[in-house]
Design a protein around this ligand. Structure first.
Ligand code: SAM
Length: 216
């Protein structure tokens, strides 16, 4: 049964961090690695898309305790958990969809997103990535750690499965439902380049989980 995205994460809030760190392969490696790829600038501004409870921020705050973070997430509960963990930090939390929240112009040294964007199509990401490009300062960059489809066939299969499930359940609204539809790295890279990023590099990978760096 498909669940609305927000409801899905609200319902799994208890034990979320432990679940991610024990059941998601290589999580103990890719969270610290992602944090390591963010800039170590005193008072630097970082945007986190789909920050959840802030797992990617834990190692980052150890490196950069004075960072100013803006985190966006659909789930109020996830953001409350994040706030509790980082009560002494300069952090702005916005409950909403990163597709809708204005990100401003040249506001951030870097942006990050972990395990969130694999729910959306290339077409959905195009305006988000264009907005993100505008929101980064000169030489700013976006670190994306997420899991990807390993072939065009796999990418197509996930999308078709979601369409079939929505049809079966008579869902015809435009709300976000929780179902993983990862793009291939090639299609994600195309979406970022088409949105104006000058270069996209694969920094690392653990099986199907990749860290990409998109430079403004
Ligand atoms: C698997 S969790 C990852 C959270 C965190 N980044 C981490 O790695 O632990 C996915 C998060 O993305 C959020 N999310 C999904 N779609 C979103 C959207 N359109 N706008 C904002 N947040 C979204 C969910 O609410 C959820 O907290």
């Amino acid at each position: 049964m498909l669940e609305k995205m927000r409801d899905f994460f609200e319902a799994r809030l208890a034990g979320y961090d432990a679940h991610m760190m024990t059941n998601i392969e290589s999580a103990t490696e890719f969270y610290p690695y992602t944090a390591q790829m963010l800039p170590a600038i005193e008072n630097g501004s970082i945007l986190d898309l789909g920050c959840g409870t802030g797992l990617e921020l834990e190692a980052y705050y150890l490196r950069c305790p004075t960072a100013k973070v803006m985190g966006i997430d659909l789930s109020k509960g996830m953001l409350s958990a994040l706030r509790k963990k980082f009560a002494d930090k300069d952090i702005t939390l916005i409950v909403g969809s990163y597709f809708d929240v204005p990100l401003g112009e040249e506001a951030f040294e870097a942006a990050v997103s972990v395990e969130s964007l694999h729910h959306f199509t290339k077409e959905q990401k195009a305006p988000l990535y264009a907005k993100l490009h505008t929101a980064l300062k000169e030489n700013g960059y976006f670190i994306l750690t997420d899991y990807f489809s390993l072939s065009d066939e796999e990418e197509k299969m996930h999308r078709q499965n979601l369409i079939a499930l929505k049809a079966e359940q008579g869902i015809c609204d435009d709300e976000f439902y929780h179902y993983d539809t990862p793009l291939t790295v090639k299609h994600e890279t195309e979406a970022l380049l088409e949105a104006g990023f000058s270069a996209v590099e694969i920094l690392n990978h653990w099986g199907a989980t990749y860290t990409l760096k998109a430079v403004k």
